[in-house]
Write a protein that binds this ligand. Structure first.
Ligand SMILES: [Zn+2]
Ligand SMILES: [Zn+2]
Length: 424
């Protein structure tokens, strides 16, 4: 079905873009609806010409999941699709074996479309990054034939290792987003939400060191590192009563000892500490670390605490881009909710949060229509290759491409990053 056809009827009303949820209200004078109709139709046509390749890519990724930083075959296939579409591709890029940068357009503001690609251990593409990859490539291909005409540069950035390590943080450090005017991606989920909350997160590894002894004949000579781990878990559980509703602290014991008859001399734990903002995370981490230190003190163990990988920052949704996206998503037949309209919203974290602190960004969530099957469950992976999964690729690609057309034809660049972000 032609998504544009459904939309066209509603496009006849000439209305300007009004953002009214925050005190700082802006009203555009550019009648973006009418100037971009023909351009958007062309973008849809160009997308449709490559849609079969994009759906095949998503299916292939589903069948051949590759986890963080070993997405070698995945990234190669993505690059092939972009090269066929006329993109100038650098691969590998920015010092990362599975990252790539695909550029088209000779001058003007640069829009970066992030293409995630990594799967999860054991549950495959249970976060739907196969859909993200195909939708982001699709948005780029939809715009490839008109970038110069729009006066923009379109970059499709292959961003590995979102589920672990924080590939986008490494890309930021390497300069991949320097000078960009805007960045975007979509993410499959269980709701259509244009301005989701994503929490800042720190991954913390904890080790307790005690002393072995015979657990029955000479327990008094031992120093029990498992007791320290259990006490740490209990300390954090007690801390929770004094935490904010948006704080999240959750951990597991990754090594609990060698045998029941040996007092454990070494135990290890992995913790995620999350908060609504980067600043709150800075407050929260010392409280959690105190729980670990207190457990060590109580049991006589030594404790080692270190943050693993990069911290993910909270997501800051750009207001202008999110409103443009919501309008375009509605026009492909997928109306978007706003966070403020939901009774309650739970969330995880994403390295796109870090990007959003560098470049005006959006990261809308798109409903895979399989609730209560949710992200990171095997059933979610299976749903990425259903008709609903295929529809998300089309809807997300077109809504992103049309949003970029609006940015260009409405000349919104100077407004980006100036309005209060949705979640700040
Ligand atoms: Zn995930
Ligand atoms: Zn994900």
């Amino acid at each position: 079905m032609c998504a544009f056809g459904r939309a066209e009827r509603r496009w006849s009303s000439r209305c300007s873009l009004v953002l009214s949820r925050q005190p700082a209200v802006i009203a555009a004078t550019v009648p973006i609806d009418e100037v971009s109709v023909e351009t958007k139709q062309r973008a849809e046509n160009d997308f449709s010409k490559r849609e079969a390749d994009l759906q095949a890519l998503s299916q292939w990724m589903y069948d051949n999941p590759e986890i963080a930083y070993v997405e070698h075959n995945t990234s190669r296939r993505m690059v092939d699709v972009l090269r066929e579409g006329g993109f100038d591709v650098e691969y590998p890029a920015y010092g990362l074996e599975t990252a790539f940068v695909a550029r088209i357009g000779s001058s003007g503001p640069e829009v970066v479309i992030c293409a995630e690609m990594d799967a999860l251990p054991e549950v495959g593409h249970a976060c739907g990054h196969n859909i993200i990859a195909s939708a982001s490539l699709g948005a780029g291909l939809a715009l490839a034939g008109m970038a110069d005409e729009l006066g923009i540069r379109v970059t499709v950035l292959g961003t590995p290792a979102e589920e672990h390590f924080g590939g986008k943080v490494d890309l930021i450090t390497a300069g991949a987003f320097e000078g960009a005017a805007a960045a975007m991606m979509i993410h499959p989920a269980t709701k259509d939400l244009v301005d989701p909350q994503f929490l800042a997160v720190s991954h913390i590894e904890v080790e307790f060191h005690g002393k072995e002894s015979h657990a029955s004949s000479e327990p008094a000579l031992g120093i029990n590192a498992l007791d320290a781990a259990v006490q740490a878990y209990v300390n954090v559980s007690m801390l929770r009563q004094q935490l904010l509703d948006s704080d999240r602290v959750h951990g597991i014991i990754t090594h609990g000892g060698a045998a029941p008859n040996i007092i454990p001399a070494h135990t290890a734990m992995s913790w995620y500490v999350r908060a609504a903002t980067d600043e709150r995370l800075d407050e929260l981490i010392p409280k959690v670390e105190t729980c670990f230190k207190a457990a060590a003190l109580a049991t006589g163990c030594d404790v080692g605490i270190h943050e693993e990988g990069s911290r993910y920052k909270d997501l800051r949704t750009d207001r202008v881009m999110s409103e443009l996206y919501a309008r375009n998503s509605e026009r492909v037949g997928r109306p978007m909710s706003r966070l403020a309209d939901l009774p309650q919203s739970t969330s995880g974290s994403t390295d796109m949060g870090n990007v959003s602190h560098e470049v005006p960004s959006i990261h809308p969530m798109i409903d895979l229509r399989c609730y209560p099957t949710v992200n990171h469950q095997p059933g979610f992976a299976a749903n990425t290759v259903t008709d609903d999964g295929k529809q998300i690729i089309r809807d997300g690609a077109l809504a992103m491409a049309w949003t970029i057309i609006d940015l260009a034809e409405g000349d919104w660049w100077s407004e980006l990053g100036r309005q209060p972000t949705v979640n700040s």
